[in-house]
Each structure stands twice: as C-alpha cells, then as structure tokens.
Design a protein around this ligand. Sequence first.
Ligand SMILES: Cc1cc2nc3c(=O)[nH]c(=O)nc-3n(C[C@H](O)[C@H](O)[C@H](O)COP(=O)(O)O)c2cc1C
Length: 212
Amino acid sequence: MKALLMTLALTMGMNAMAQDIQLPKADMKQKSMSVVQALNTRHSVREYSSRELNNQELSNLCWAACGVTRDADHRTAPTAMNKKEIRLYVFNKKAVYEYQPVSNKLKHITNGDHRNLVAGGKGFKQDFVMQAPVSLVMVIDFERFGSQNEQAQMMGCVDAGNVSENINLYCQAVGLCTVPRATMDVEGIRKLLSLSSKQLPILNNPVGYPKK
Ligand SMILES: Cc1cc2nc3c(=O)[nH]c(=O)nc-3n(C[C@H](O)[C@H](O)[C@H](O)COP(=O)(O)O)c2cc1C
C-alpha cells in the first residue's frame, strides 16, 4: 500500500512537471543580417557555448524552422503539396517537446536529457551535440502523405532539408550557430517519442551560441 501511494505521488509529481510551454510570439523585428549575407557566411559549427536559449529565442528559432506565415495553413518552409509532414521536436537539458506551429506551443513529450540520442547511436556518436543547449529533430510523418512509397520518401527528405536549411540560415543571420546532421540514434528516438513505423527521424540541428 505504502509503495502504491509513493508511486502515485511520484507520478502526480511528474505530471505536474510535465507542462506544455506557450511560447511568446516570434519577433518579426529582431535584428538579423540579410539573406544574402547569411547565405554567404553560413557554415557548420560543432562547438557551442553553454549559454541557454530563452523562450523568446526558442520561439523565433522554431518559427524560422517551420512556423506559421500568411495563414494557419502555410509555413516558413515549403512542403510537397503543402502536406506539412515535418514534425519538429525540441530536445534540451530538461525535456523533449514537439513544436506546434499553429498554437505556437511546445507540447511536452517527456522529461529528461535525451540529447545523447541526437548525438548518435552505439556505432557512431558525436559528443559535441551535448554542448548545444538545444537540438531540433525533424521527423517525417508519412501518415500525411497517405503513403510511404519512393515518391513520398523523396518528398519527405526534401521537405526536411527545407526545414533544416531554414534553421541553418536563420542561425547564421541572428548570431546562433548550428550544423545539419543525419547522425542520430533513429531507433532510440523513435522509441522515446513513441513514433509509429510511419514516422521517421531524418535530420537534426543542434543549436546554440558560438563558443567564445
Ligand atoms: C544531409 C546532411 C547530413 C549531414 N550529417 C552530418 C552529421 O551527421 N554530422 C556532422 O557533423 N555533419 C553533418 N553534416 C554537415 C556537413 O558535413 C557540412 O554541411 C559539410 O561538410 C559542408 O560544410 P558547411 O556546412 O560548413 O558548408 C550533414 C549535412 C547534410 C546536408
């Protein structure tokens, strides 16, 4: 009985911590370099300072990746047939969230630091990922195509690339740094996020401030 009560209290405590985050509106007037300058200077960075991103910075970053633009139906990154099949997950030191573009929320998925899964699997790991305060993981949701055939796989990869490049250019433009990566523990992430066989982690971008 005592053990049962303790488990209940623990679960309730964990649920209380498990909170979605309502992000502030993305800042449309933030200081940034021009697209041409960002294109000309963008480069992959694999060393980060320990400076965290606040919620405004997170909001701006997620919006740049695949946020809502002219109406709830359109995003900063184009997708084939406007299927919007790229899900964006945010991994930080404390928890994992899914970005919800329309409500501008981070939906809580699970507690804990799971950035090691983004760093890589047993065979190959890139530990520098653990330095970055945030990792953005792109997942193709084939349910939205209604198919997982070769065409859908190609479109999903292209669309994830669009989201990743938005992140690359945005980071460069505002003084953050990142690297697009295919390396990650795909099966570990699938399990952690309770993804189905129709949802595939495909790319990730660790993001932080440059190391001084
Ligand atoms: C699809 C894709 C997958 C990549 N995967 C990794 C990766 O797993 N690890 C890594 O350190 N860099 C990865 N990169 C980064 C490339 O190595 C990098 O973009 C390339 O060397 C060019 O350097 P630059 O981005 O500085 O121009 C990847 C890039 C792309 C586009």
